[in-house]
Design a protein around this ligand. Structure first.
Ligand code: SAM
Ligand code: CA
Length: 223
């Protein structure tokens, strides 16, 4: 037993996946085919995908936003948690990766619930605010360019309803956030946001050491 979070060696990690992961074959195909691409490391871990799915289910999410879709893996888990008639706004700037995403979303039967916006994410989020969609989303997953994380978070907090959830990926950044010898723009941006979230009274939060670290932020009623 331990009073702190256990480190996961290969044996324990494989056990965790073996007794808990329920990854549909179409999702596995997206993951294993993406693993062949040079940028494969950008994809979230499967147990993290299942965790996002559970979060969306727990709050009864119907309307969601994903900032950073890549080849569609996290979008598969989020969209499949939404009920018929639900909607995931999927934001990404890359045509090639999102055409792969569209293929996987179609083969998994979730394309009817996804609106893909191929444009800079801030532009898409700005349009949602212009359309007066504040306080109308249940769930937002942030996983795009790290230097924009703080801006994405502020926009997400505007768009999500009180009681809604914002999940922010890569908050442990391969351990670099805690290494004072590292001082590049991405690491700095994640550190700044982590410290801001810790103090931010508009949210309840938990930083969860799953995958590369994900912070869950629940928007408080007064926010
Ligand atoms: N969530 C994805 C998954 O688990 O498979 C991984 C997303 S990957 C880490 C980051 C994505 O953000 C890339 O696909 C990239 O094209 C996209 N991106 C980078 N800058 C962006 C921007 N300004 N607006 C929208 N998307 C952006
Ligand atoms: Ca990520």
């Amino acid at each position: 037993m331990s009073t702190r979070t256990l480190p996961l060696d290969d044996q324990l990690y494989s056990y965790l996946q073996g007794v808990s992961l329920r990854e549909p074959p179409a999702f596995r195909r997206c993951r294993t085919e993406t693993a062949e691409l040079p940028m494969a490391r950008m994809q979230i871990a499967p147990e993290q995908g299942q965790f996002l799915h559970l979060q969306a289910r727990l709050i009864g999410a119907k309307r969601a936003i994903e900032i950073g879709s890549f080849t569609g893996y996290s979008g598969l888990w989020i969209a499949s948690a939404l009920p018929p008639g639900g909607c995931l706004i999927a934001c990404d700037i890359n045509e090639e990766w999102t055409s792969r995403a569209r293929h996987y979303w179609e083969s998994a039967g979730v394309m009817d619930r996804i609106e893909l916006c191929v444009a800079p994410a801030m532009q898409t989020l700005h349009k949602l605010v212009e359309n007066e969609e504040q306080d109308s989303y249940d769930f937002v997953f942030i996983d795009a360019d790290k230097e924009s994380y703080e801006s994405y978070y502020e926009r997400a907090l505007t768009l999500v309803r009180p009681g809604g959830l914002i999940a922010i990926d890569n908050v442990l950044w391969d351990g670099k956030v805690a290494d004072q010898a590292v001082d590049d723009p991405d690491t700095r941006a994640i550190r700044v946001l982590n410290e801001k979230l810790h103090e931010d009274q508009r949210i309840d939060l938990s930083m969860v050491p799953v995958g590369d670290g994900v912070t869950l932020c629940r928007k408080r009623d007064m926010a």
